[in-house]
Design a binder for this molecule. Structure first.
Ligand code: FMN
Length: 170
């Protein structure tokens, strides 16, 4: 399997479906160990004249420790495939089950030293630019807080420059 580098501006997929319906894996490395989690909330766009990706991680995610420890993380997309694996990676924490990736059946690989998965069809390499915890006083409508944060575990936003994008040539 070969990775082909593309310009992220050449992507033709619908971002709302890619993230919201097909989901993605947020993956990073810390001390030589890789962890990943499923995410269906996020954004792709432009900021500070750069192509950026934003991921939203709740504070209790083990993956957050990996993303915090690394300058970069990857977003891996599977084009609607691997939903079962992503269901597992999105319901089991690597903090509790060290071999959750192995159990998912996906295979870690590296692109330019960045951890992702052999099975991915699109990989975005993301260099962190801006990290901020969402604050309750910044919400304009109480209903979001009541619905999504009964435990006050407000998301942290990670806005990152997409430094490289790769697709698989199968
Ligand atoms: C479809 C789906 C989407 C998810 N989206 C997010 C998300 O955007 N942000 C988040 O913090 N957790 C999200 N989760 C939950 C994490 O993936 C889940 O808690 C995971 O087990 C965390 O693993 P970790 O503790 O090893 O990092 C999602 C879970 C699923 C199944």
């Amino acid at each position: 399997m070969e990775w082909k580098k593309i310009s992220v501006k050449d992507l033709t997929q619908n971002v709302f479906q890619m993230i919201g319906d097909e989901w993605m894996l947020v993956t990073a490395e810390k001390d030589g160990k890789v962890n990943t989690m499923t995410a269906s909330w996020g954004a792709l766009g432009i900021m500070w004249g750069k192509t950026v990706a934003t991921a939203y991680l709740r504070p209790q995610r083990y993956t957050k420790e990996f993303v915090d420890a690394s300058e970069t993380f990857t977003l891996s997309f599977f084009g609607g495939a691997q939903k079962k694996a992503m269901g597992l990676l999105g319901s089991v924490s690597g903090r509790d089950e060290a071999d959750k990736i192995e159990k998912s059946g996906l295979h870690v690989t590296k692109i330019d030293g960045h951890p992702t998965f052999e099975e991915a069809s699109l990989v975005l390499v993301c260099r962190k630019l801006y990290v901020q915890e969402m604050k309750p006083e910044c919400f304009l409508h109480q209903e979001e807080i009541e619905k999504w944060y009964p435990d006050s575990d407000f998301h942290w936003m990670y806005m990152a420059e997409i430094t490289d994008a790769y697709v698989t040539e199968r």
